[in-house]
Write a protein that binds this ligand. Structure first.
Ligand SMILES: C[S@@+](CC[C@H](N)C(=O)[O-])C[C@H]1O[C@@H](n2cnc3c(N)ncnc32)[C@H](O)[C@@H]1O
Length: 422
């Protein structure tokens, strides 16, 4: 998701204003015509993706705008990046063979963080209804900070039929919040599906939810540069409290700082399904069994060794995005050459390698020398990357990305501290 668009745009902010105006008119007049007009105007703001479902732009953040979904297919992204990993973990936890007839015979609880237009929730509803057990239920909690975005979820042409169920829940929420008045949506929410919407900062929501509740958490914020508050160690510690021991968190991001934050919060991490780009996002779980694919070898090194792996922090879950970003810039610059290798020219990926290009070699060696590593093929270099000798395709309790990252990080600190290898 999140294709960066480098043009100034105030259009979504403008549409937020139009939404407020028209829904106020609906409240005053109780006439459905205002919502109909609003839906028509909305057509100027929606963007079709390759699977024909629609997305919209984010509000502008420091002049940058992102689309809410992947241009390769907004609703396909929901199935591929969120539903698929959940389904895999459900199969694993319940000993169900792939490609067999099955039904969801256990109750399922999902937390959809940054629910936006409700695509991810509608995709899990679709999956559940297609494979419903006789007596099982699906409970979904959605957290979305922007009431206007919720309203857009109500106005957007549904990408799949079951999105209408989410529309019904959104409409009820807008009425409850006194943001809209009329109950127009006809689709009913099935009895065995329970949908709760929290319209607030997800950092607040998670602190009020019960422990050990969720089978899966879908974490779908904008990029860490725009929404670092939902990628911090402290936020992930809250998610750790909420997730069941055999549950999974799925997120599209593969940023080194985010992955290290998951590890610091106590999760195993792995690579998620690939959709619309070369690499997959991230799957995090307390249970290694739920991690089916290690993250790539060079990504492990970057996370463990370079200052790019310094995580985002938000000690009391109340800092602004800018404060979190500034704090990390500061922490990175303090760590660079002292506790971490510089991320410049991707230095850690050259450990154990011969470098032909003389200019590059000089730069890499300069960065390595600052942390007591004489050169890229020195015994110190091999000592640090030695844990990666056991980088098998599939993770195990002993050999997995988390353990290797922690061990390489520790070994780098040993080398920096006193240059004695033991
Ligand atoms: C990439 S979009 C999510 C798309 C969404 N999952 C869907 O299915 O349409 C990110 C969403 O996060 C919301 N958001 C941003 N900051 C938030 C926060 N602190 N708490 C909750 N939601 C937030 C935005 O309003 C936006 O709707």
């Amino acid at each position: 998701m999140n294709n960066h668009l480098d043009f100034e745009s105030d259009s979504i902010e403008k549409f937020h204003k139009i939404i407020r105006e028209y829904l106020s008119k609906e409240k005053e007049s109780s006439d459905p015509i205002h919502r109909q007009k609003l839906s028509k105007i909305f057509h100027d703001y929606i963007i079709q993706t390759e699977d024909e479902s629609y997305t919209i732009n984010s509000p502008s953040f420091g002049g940058k705008v992102e689309t809410m979904h992947n241009s390769n297919g907004a609703i396909t992204e929901s199935f591929e990046k969120f539903v698929k990993p959940f389904k895999e973990s459900y199969f694993l936890n319940n000993n169900i063979q792939k490609d067999t007839d099955f039904s969801y015979s256990k109750d399922i609880a999902i937390l959809d963080i940054c629910s936006g237009l409700g695509y991810n929730s509608s995709a899990i509803i679709d999956e559940f209804l297609k494979n419903k057990g006789k007596n099982s239920s699906l409970s979904i909690d959605l957290a979305e900070i922007s009431i206007e975005t919720l309203a857009m979820g109500l106005l957007i042409p549904s990408p799949i039929k079951n999105h209408d169920i989410i529309k019904k829940a959104i409409e009820s929420k807008l009425i409850e919040e006194d943001f809209a008045k009329l109950s127009i949506e006809k689709t009913e929410i099935p009895e065995n599906i329970d949908i709760n919407i929290f319209c607030e900062d997800a950092r607040k929501t998670v602190q009020n939810l019960p422990s050990n509740k969720y089978d899966a958490i879908f974490l779908d914020p904008y990029s860490p540069a725009m929404a670092p508050e939902l990628c911090t160690v402290e936020f992930f510690e809250e998610l750790k409290r909420l997730i069941k021991d055999d549950g999974i968190i799925a997120t599209y991001t593969l940023a080194a700082g985010v992955r290290f934050a998951f590890i610091e919060a106590g999760f195993y991490i792995g690579e998620g399904p690939i959709f619309g780009r070369k690499s997959g996002g991230t799957i995090a779980s307390i249970d290694i069994k739920n991690i089916s694919k290690n993250i790539p070898i060079m990504d492990e090194r970057t996370i463990a060794l370079s200052d790019a792996g310094i995580p985002f922090r938000d000690q009391n879950l109340n800092h602004t995005s800018s404060e979190i970003l500034d704090h990390r810039v500061d922490e990175r610059s303090k760590a660079r050459h002292y506790t971490r290798i510089s991320s410049a020219v991707q230095t850690p990926i050259f450990l154990g390698k011969e470098i032909d290009d003389e200019k590059l070699k000089r730069r890499v060696f300069r960065n390595l020398n600052k942390v007591n590593i004489p050169d890229s093929q020195s015994k110190e270099a091999y000592y640090i990357i030695e844990p990666q000798e056991n980088h098998y395709k599939e993770p195990s309790i002993k050999f997995n990305s988390k353990n290797r990252i922690i061990e390489m990080n520790k070994r780098l600190l040993n080398v920096i501290k006193d240059n004695t290898l033991n």
